[in-house]
Structures are given as C-alpha cells and as structure tokens.
Design a binder for this molecule. Structure first.
Ligand SMILES: [Fe+2]
Ligand SMILES: [Fe+2]
Length: 394
C-alpha cells in the first residue's frame, strides 16, 4: 500500500524536468533571436565604436516636468498618482511587458517580449479602490513576532487551557499561509499597469508569513506544542487555493475566511487567557482587517465593472453556494470549535458554557459576513449556506 502511494505521488525526476525546461527556454530565445540579437549587436557595436546613444535623454514622449509633493503622511502612491500622466489606471492593461506606467513605452513596444505570464489584463479582475491606502497602512504597521511579542512574560495556565491554546495555534499555523500561497498564485499574473495591487498582495504575503510564525511560536512557547492537523481545514484551503478566478478566491479567502478569523480575533478578550495571547490577537487583527477590507472592495469593484454584470453575479453566487459550505466544514470542526469553547469557558469542565459563548458569537460572525457581502453589493442573505444558528445550539 505504501509503495502504491509512493508511486502515485512521485513526480518525474527533477533532472528530466530541468532539462525539459532548459530546452524550452533556449528554444524561446532562439525563436526571438532576431529581436534581442539585433539589440545585442547594436549595443556591442556602439560600445566598440566608442559612441553614445543618449536616446534616453529625449523627453518628447515622456511626462518630463511632473513634480510631486508629499502629503502629511509622506510621499504616498496616492500623492504621486495625482498627476494624470502617472495616476491614470487603464481599464485594461496596455502592455504585457514590464515597462512601468508613466515611462516612455510605446516607441519600444515592438522590441519587447509579450510576457505570457500576465493574464489578469482587466482592471476589474483584481483592482480595489482602497488598495493604495491599504498598502501604505500595511507598510507602516509591520511588526516582528520575534521581538514585538513579550514571550518571556507568557504566564503558565492550566493544562486544559494550554492544550486549547496549542490546538487553536495549530489550526492557525495550518491555515495562515494559504493566505500567502494564494496571492502568490496571482501576483505574477498581474501586469505592470496594476502595480499597486501587486505591491499590496506582497504585504499580505508578509503578514501571513508573520502570522504562521507567531502561532507556531505560541504553540511552543507555553511548553505544549502543535496538536492536531485537520482534514476539514485542508479542504477549505484547497477550495481557496484552487479557486478558478482571482476574485472568487479573494472573496473566499479574504472576505469570508479571514472575515470569520477577524471576528474571532475581535473576541480575543474571551479567547486570550494571557496578556501575551491578547497581544498576538491584537496585532494579527490589525493585519487581517486590511486583508478583509481589500477582499470586500475587490469584489465590489468586480461586480460593478465586469462587462457582463448579470453573468458575473450569477457565477459569484454559484461559487459562494459551494464555497460557503466547504468553509463551514472547517468552522464546525472539533479541532477548531472545541478549543475555542474551552478557552471561552475557562476550562475543559466548562466547555458547555464555552459553547454557549460560541453560539452567541456565531450570529455576530455570520451577520458581519453578510454585512461585508452587502458592502460589496453581493446579497447573500437569502442564499447563505452558513446556518443562522450553530448546529445543536438553536
Ligand atoms: Fe493571517
Ligand atoms: Fe490574512
């Protein structure tokens, strides 16, 4: 049985893949040799002649003379985007190369490669009007889980509570970085015209790396360690990672999944049994709030700007009908609900009281999710697959 599994999982030998990839890469350059070969010859020839081009000093087609000024926060993207030349974000990417928005691009276009990786060519596929502001906020609120958490002050708690804290940390360690993996699947598909989104998604990846790190450290800092991974969590993460479009995955990850986590972190005062835990939740909550805000506004922008809004809405509902159910599978998994109930109740003996607390929290979680959908003009109130009451607690 084991050897069958091994065979199933075995990818082709790395050396074969390497050689295949190398051959394809060489062939692509051979194909375009006329263009880059000419560039190479021209440049070498110029150097050999001891001559200069200086074509880059020609400002004819540039926006030379644009001067930007900082605002009270410093020099933000919003500040530099005030000029029409630099701040006009096209509805569809004008170039599938790396040329920066605002540079002299057109006259070099024919000599640049078309980058096939860039496939999110329409602004509505990933844009959110708050993205530049969120990027600024993300940069100014970075923190370091190594030094900003007062680890040495972590107070010992009962074994019940420590187990619950460790299980909750295991859940978070397991799921946090999908929110880093998911943007990575899309960032490189976003063309240079929408660099603000690329920049913001990079901050989300850094945030999630820190979250994965802080919860892993938390599990070990109290003398317990990681407990049970859960199949239910992994089906949810698969649904997010393999979502067919960026907007669908962003909705499931940021708006729904992280929205729920944000609401749970907000309840940190009931969950945190030490001031160290409270500090961890507080810091993660700030980060998650940005991701949720992006997801909400991204969906709104998608639904408002899609060329066929009726079909866009239908497809989003169809995706949400299944997506909500798959994520709900995780929300009711004992590896998540029970440690939360123990932390809320204060001990394993008071798990029933904890469940009553969760039941009360549940309607807030669901309502906050539906409100975020409302803000995105995505009315899930009559279709929501997440039940109004926690099963067994109506
Ligand atoms: Fe996170
Ligand atoms: Fe997040």
């Amino acid at each position: 049985m084991l050897s069958e599994l091994e065979n199933l999982a075995a990818p082709p030998p790395a050396a074969d893949l390497e050689e295949e990839g190398l051959a394809a890469w060489e062939a692509s350059f051979e194909h375009d040799k006329q263009i880059w070969g000419e560039l190479l010859a021209e440049n070498v020839d110029r150097l050999e002649r001891g001559s200069y081009s200086l074509h880059w000093t020609d400002t004819t087609n540039s926006h030379w003379g644009t001067k930007v000024a900082p605002s009270s926060r410093g020099l933000t993207y919003n500040d530099i985007n005030r000029s029409k030349a630099y701040g006009t974000i096209p509805d569809r990417a004008e170039y599938r190369n790396l040329s920066p928005r605002g540079s002299v691009r057109a006259e070099h276009r024919d000599r640049m490669p078309e980058l096939e990786a860039y496939t999110l060519l329409d602004k509505y596929e990933m844009w959110a009007d708050n993205v530049s502001t969120l990027y600024e906020e993300a940069k100014s609120r970075q923190w370091n889980s190594t030094t900003d958490i007062p680890w040495s002050e972590l107070e010992p708690v009962s074994e019940d509570l420590e187990k619950a804290a460790c299980q909750f940390s295991t859940f978070l360690s397991e799921v946090e970085f999908v929110a880093g993996d998911f943007p990575s699947r899309w960032i490189y598909k976003i063309p240079a015209d929408f660099f603000e989104v690329k920049n913001f998604l990079v901050t989300q990846m850094m945030d999630e790396a820190r979250h994965m790190e802080v919860f892993r450290k938390r599990a070990l800092a109290g003398g317990g360690g990681l407990l049970h991974a859960s199949p239910a969590f992994e089906w949810s993460m698969k649904a997010i990672l393999e979502a067919p479009t960026h907007t669908m995955g962003t909705y499931l990850l940021n708006l729904l999944g992280e929205g729920f986590v944000l609401s749970v972190f907000r309840a940190g005062e009931f969950l945190a049994r030490t001031h160290v835990d409270r500090e961890i939740f507080r810091r993660c909550m700030q980060d998650e709030a940005r991701h949720v805000a992006y997801g909400t506004m991204e969906l709104k922008s998608y639904l408002e700007n899609h060329p066929d809004p009726v079909v866009a809405l239908q497809n989003m509902h169809r995706f949400a009908d299944l997506g909500e159910l798959v994520l709900f599978t995780s929300f009711v998994d004992p590896c998540l609900l029970e440690p939360i109930a123990v932390l809320m109740g204060g001990s394993l003996a008071q798990i029933d009281e904890g469940f009553e607390g969760i039941s009360f929290l549940w309607s807030t979680l669901r309502e906050e999710y539906l409100q975020r959908c409302d803000r995105a003009n995505f009315d899930r109130r009559t279709r929501c697959k997440i039940p109004e009451f926690l099963p067994g607690m109506s």
